[in-house]
Design a binder for this molecule. Structure first.
Ligand code: FAD
Length: 487
């Protein structure tokens, strides 16, 4: 059953005197189109803005770096509205009810999340609050279509993206985004919170010794203002041609909004309406971008329906796949030293910036799960640690999709050839030159296959291919054919 929800319009009726409303921020670090915040402000009650850093659900690695910046930006944005961001660290199932009691709160409100661990946590907290006589209200904010709203005629969940998308489109546009509140009536620090709350720095989210985040700092500006500026810029300047150019990692053709969507600096509804209303890009470009946003929702829906996908193959015949466990090959893949330039460029872009172009994500994932015959969960774990946009649903669903074991997945026998993919999607070698500078002097005709150069031209220090393309492909297909039910 869907969680309960109430609209901002009905809020004032549920406020009780001057008891505060706690707005619990999670993956929604913004002020605009934040239904929980709008509900709290509309209630007229004093507001307490809370973030709980719960190690059980917190991001790691590069996404943890992003979280620090996102929290600082939210703190500053709230402060301009006259409100304080209170930050606590620990088990949210213990902390949220305790903080609500200490604040004598009338309500705790939040925007819903749909991943297995998040849902479990929220259900526990809702029950605890209820027991304490504190109302809890949750709202839809981080997807355009909540998982239980898009159904087949028989009322079942969709398993095929195109059918899901058709049904979602038939439901019409998502509701328009809410404006940010003009002012937030802050409740002040309740007794007891001083002992529980810490500064953002005390969460220790930034890397020290070594500080590996230089490339991230040079690439990104976490926060709502930067996300909205990027959305505007993308819609006005970069979106024309998106439908075809989005597959080209050498061009600045995609929005790079994935971390902003992951941390909720903008909502998908805001992105949808900004793009759908834009006159500059063609209808095809707009439709393609909206369909990509749809993939994000679809991934959320799949994981909602089948939480076990986090660890388990959707297609269970893949449980018998003889995945290889080879530390040397894995290290070469992680470090961008496989000898295949497009793979190495992607893995180095990821390491340096915390992000990788979607086409290249598919190429490196195919290379790991097919040419190297390694378990998709190994790659998923590496992405989880190194992506600033690491998102449980998008990551797991896309890895399973590429590996052939997922819902509506690409067939396993479709093995991306990294040389042909490089030539097709990075035709001049611009992307490879940028991320694998030791190959920069090679002509476009050789840059995706440096082993074909004259010996004097082959750059010293760049590795020979760690696996032959034919050999890797044949090994993968032979392993796959050995599975019962492989199709
Ligand atoms: C193996 C693999 C792992 C991935 N892991 C993640 C992940 O952890 N987090 C993540 O946000 N995306 C993930 N993706 C999806 C996709 O690569 C990124 O969302 C996209 O590259 C982000 O770049 P962009 O914002 O410029 O995308 P744009 O092309 O501008 O697309 C706009 C938005 O649509 C959504 N989107 C686009 N493609 C997809 C997709 N295939 N699946 C789900 N949502 C999509 C994203 O939110 C994106 O920001 C993964 C893809 C692969 C193949």
């Amino acid at each position: 059953m869907p969680p309960s929800s109430s609209s901002p319009a009905s809020a004032s009726a549920s406020a009780s005197g001057a008891a505060p409303v706690i707005v619990w921020f999670r993956d929604d670090l913004r002020l605009a189109d934040h239904p929980a915040l709008s509900h709290a402000v509309a209630s007229g009650a004093p507001v307490l803005c809370l973030f709980v850093h719960d190690p059980r659900t917190a991001p790691s690695g590069a996404a943890q770096w992003w979280l620090h910046g996102g929290l600082c930006a939210l703190r500053d944005d709230l402060s301009r509205m006259g409100a304080t961001l209170h930050v606590a660290h620990g088990d949210a199932t213990v902390l949220v009810p305790r903080l609500a009691q200490q604040a004598h709160a009338a309500q705790v409100v939040w925007n819903r999340r749909y991943d297995p661990q998040g849902r479990e946590t929220d259900t526990t907290i809702k029950a605890a609050l209820k027991q304490d006589g504190v109302a809890a209200h949750s709202f839809a904010a981080s997807v355009m279509h909540e998982p239980w709203t898009v159904r087949t005629r028989a009322g079942d969940a969709f398993r095929v993206y195109t059918a899901w998308w058709r049904a979602a489109r038939a439901m019409g546009d998502p509701p328009p985004p809410l404006p940010a509140p003009r002012r937030i009536g802050d409740a002040g620090m309740p007794d007891g919170w001083r002992a529980e709350c810490v500064g953002i720095d005390a969460l220790g989210l930034l890397p020290v010794a070594p500080d590996w985040a230089g490339g991230l700092r040079a690439t990104w500006h976490p926060g709502e203002a930067a996300a909205r500026a990027r959305l505007r810029e993308f819609v006005q300047d970069d979106m024309a041609g998106y439908a075809t150019a989005r597959d080209r990692p050498d061009l600045p053709a995609t929005s790079m909004l994935s971390p902003a969507l992951r941390f909720g600096h903008i909502s998908p509804r805001q992105a949808w309406h900004a793009v759908a209303c834009d006159g500059a890009a063609g209808a095809e470009d707009r439709a393609k971008f909206l369909a990509e946003l749809g993939w994000r929702d679809f991934a959320v829906s799949l994981l909602y329906e089948q939480p076990e996908l986090v660890r388990s193959n959707f297609r269970t015949e893949f449980d018998a796949m003889p995945w290889r466990d080879d530390a040397r090959d894995l290290h070469a893949w992680q470090q961008g030293r496989t000898g295949y330039p497009i793979v190495d460029a992607g893995m180095r872009q990821l390491w340096q910036t915390g992000w990788m172009h979607n086409r290249v994500r598919m190429i490196v994932a195919s290379f790991l799960t097919k040419h190297l015959l390694m378990d998709w969960r190994v790659g998923e774990g590496w992405f989880r640690d190194t992506l600033v946009d690491a998102d449980i649903a998008s990551n797991v669903v896309n890895w399973q999709w590429v590996a052939g074991c997922g819902v509506d997945a690409a067939p396993y026998f479709r093995v991306f050839n990294p040389v042909l993919q490089g030539k097709k999607f990075d035709p001049d070698g611009t992307y490879v030159r940028r991320w694998v500078p030791e190959l920069a002097h090679l002509p476009a005709s050789r840059i995706h296959c440096p082993w074909t150069c004259a010996p004097a031209e082959v750059p010293r220090g760049y590795p020979a291919p760690i696996v032959g393309l034919d050999e890797g492909r044949a090994r993968a297909l032979s392993a796959w054919r050995g599975l019962s039910g492989a199709t």
